[in-house]
Design a binder for this molecule. Structure first.
Ligand code: CA
Length: 620
């Protein structure tokens, strides 16, 4: 890493195995000749440092490490904060000079009821129908007033209208799979192939050759989202790198940053050819300081850890603690699993099962997802949405925010969260089939209307579940991905959100928008402790129907709705559900949400229409 001032640039790197370290300065980000070479000085405990008393702004650099075995290849160093095109050389920039106007006044928007929205830069804006100028770029998320061909809000305006509170960006750090020099060639990748962790990806910038541009545009994006009241979460992928041999880690301290099997081969819990070793003190230090850098330099508000089970608990605790020092409202969550078994004792892995041991950390609740749509391992198997009653216990556990509730009994299911704040409720994300494709994969003969009804039913479960709701971008427009399960490098026609769908499925969009509004207004949907769930969430007896019904005691948590009844009916027929006697107001029925309804119905039972949700409240 380097620290720049006009009269002095300080360089610092860690390599205890080095016998010498050379710094090479270049005038270009690729090619061109070395303009100067320096040797770093030993600084103790494996650190090397160098002060160059010149104005080096605009130059590029690499390190070369010499070990007892010889010279390693050139590297940017593990903590490069700016790079040239394709991330081959680090760049000397004045980070302060990249700050957009008003950056010092930029603030994290207040949030009391988070709703996370996961998007990929290119998916979100590349279609002509987005009306966005900077299609597929960071700057797409700075544009206001963008409209679909039908005149409906797109881009940021759409997010504001929908009412989500956090935008989770698919990998936006520098990844290796896209050639940044081919600016006008259509290219696509999710970006789970990390190269430089502390630099924004060049292909999302308007100019990948000028190192400051991607940094400034990233900050403009964060500021515009903040100004719109939206928080920004980065998807971070510290669990593996794109290519070990080319990685800054391996070219700095060979072997140190990765786990190896006893035969010396690379462990592969990521399924991508390697797994990093978070238990190594300097790898842990790197992860902790990397997220801290994004939180401070880029004002990032949260982190989604990819394959978090590959990291050890101590590291994730350190991440949470470090971010909490910066701002206690920064959120941290991740995938509580790995692709393959990690080379780390199970008790240390940051799996869902261990999540209760790390306060302030959350994980994805794939139980709710699988209960609703069907299992991960077979796209043609259906869950609750298809009338599969065997998923009801799992669905209830998901609705309860993955904490113990009395009806759970000895079902054998694991209530892994210590509080509902530790779980993200969702039915789809960038991985696997999107919801519409999954519905059709299970049941190809579904009518369009049925697909819409079942989508609304699924999203009602997500938005009435305890925990933090998480939506995959475009689901509110009944997005389709042509049945492609792993679209990580598919063409735009598979991945792009078609904004014309907003007019076509405006009823679906409106339904979700109103449910989000309802959730934000009613704390009963956002219980904060397992004890509250146990006391205030009660499942109702619905006989043998593929239906779930529950009540929430709103009064106990200061909710204006004293008692709330939610019925999720997956049957193709109406189902009668007995409820506590009361004077009810129905706000959601048969695929429509009407929060302003004032009509009263004195009830001891409701008839829940087929394949839809019913939500009613009474004052007591
Ligand atoms: Ca890149």
């Amino acid at each position: 890493m380097h620290t720049y001032t006009p009269h002095l640039t300080r360089f610092k790197m860690w390599s205890p195995v080095a016998i010498s370290v050379e710094l090479r300065l270049y005038s270009e980000g690729v090619d061109g000749k070395v303009v100067a070479r320096y040797n770093l000085e030993v600084a103790g405990e494996g650190w090397w440092r160098l002060n160059v008393y010149q104005d080096l702004k605009g130059l590029f650099y690499t390190y070369r490490v010499q070990t007892a075995e010889g010279w390693l290849d050139e590297t940017t160093g593990v903590f490069a904060t700016a790079v040239g095109v394709n991330g081959m050389r680090a760049a000397i920039v004045d980070l302060a000079a990249t700050n957009p106007d008003g950056w010092e006044q930029d603030q994290r928007p207040p949030v009391c009821s988070p709703v996370i929205y996961e998007l990929h830069h290119r998916d979100f804006s590349i279609s002509h129908s987005s009306g966005v100028r900077n299609k597929g770029r960071f700057l797409a998320l700075t544009e206001r007033g963008t409209r679909s061909p039908e005149g409906l809000p797109t881009g940021i305006d759409h997010l504001v209208e929908l009412g989500v509170t956090h935008v989770q960006l698919l990998p936006s750090f520098d990844f290796s799979s896209i050639d940044e020099t081919q600016k006008n060639v259509p290219h696509y990748n999710w970006g789970y192939d990390p190269q430089n962790y502390n630099v924004p990806e060049g292909s999302y910038a308007t100019d990948a050759n000028t190192p400051e541009v991607r940094i400034k545009e990233f900050k403009l994006m964060v500021k515009a989202l903040h100004d719109a009241g939206l928080r920004v979460i980065l998807d971070v992928v510290y669990n593996h790198v794109a290519n070990v041999a080319n990685s800054a880690f391996e070219r700095t301290v060979p072997g140190y940053f990765f786990r190896h099997r006893t035969d010396g081969s690379l462990a592969n819990g990521s399924g991508c050819g390697n797994e990093t070793a978070s238990e190594q003190p300097m790898m842990r230090h790197f992860i902790v300081e990397s997220v801290a850098f994004w939180a401070k330099e880029y004002h990032i508000d949260g982190f989604r850890f990819d394959l978090m089970a590959l990291h050890d608990r101590q590291t994730m605790q350190a991440v949470v603690d470090r971010l909490c020092e910066i701002d206690s409202s920064i959120c941290v969550y991740g995938e509580g699993w790995a692709a393959e078994t990690p080379l780390l004792p199970a008790a240390q892995c940051m799996t869902k099962k261990n999540i209760h041991k790390v306060k302030g950390l959350a994980a994805f609740g794939d139980e709710l997802r699988d209960a609703l749509r069907g299992p991960f391992y077979d796209d043609t198997k259906g869950g609750f949405l298809f009338g599969n009653r065997s998923t009801l216990p799992l669905l209830k556990l998901g609705l309860a925010g993955m904490v113990y509730y009395p009806e759970l009994g000895n079902s054998g299911l694991s209530a892994w969260a210590k509080s509902p704040l530790q779980v993200l409720s969702y039915v789809s994300c960038h991985d696997d089939l999107c919801l519409v494709d999954r519905l059709r994969a299970v049941s190809p003969q579904l009518f369009d209307e049925e697909v819409a009804r079942l989508s609304l039913l699924a999203h009602t479960a997500v938005l009435t579940a305890q925990g933090t709701p998480f939506l995959f971008a475009g689901e509110e427009l009944l997005r389709q991905k042509r049945g492609v399960r792993n679209s990580y490098r598919s063409v735009d026609t598979v991945n792009a959100i078609d904004w014309r769908s907003k007019a076509k499925h405006f009823g679906v969009f409106t339904y979700l928008r109103r449910l989000i509004e309802m959730r934000k207004a009613h704390p009963a949907f956002r219980l904060t402790t397992a004890a509250q769930v146990k006391k205030y969430l009660h499942f109702l007896d619905v006989g043998d129907a593929c239906t779930v019904a529950f009540t929430l005691n709103g009064k106990a948590v200061g909710d204006a709705w004293g008692r709330i009844v939610v019925v999720l009916n997956a049957e193709r027929k109406a189902v009668d559900v007995c409820v506590p006697e009361g004077d009810y107001t129905v706000v959601c029925r048969d695929g429509r949400v009407q929060l302003s309804n004032r009509e009263h119905e004195v009830r001891t039972a409701f008839s829940a229409p087929p394949q839809s949700a019913l939500i009613a409240w009474s004052s007591t």
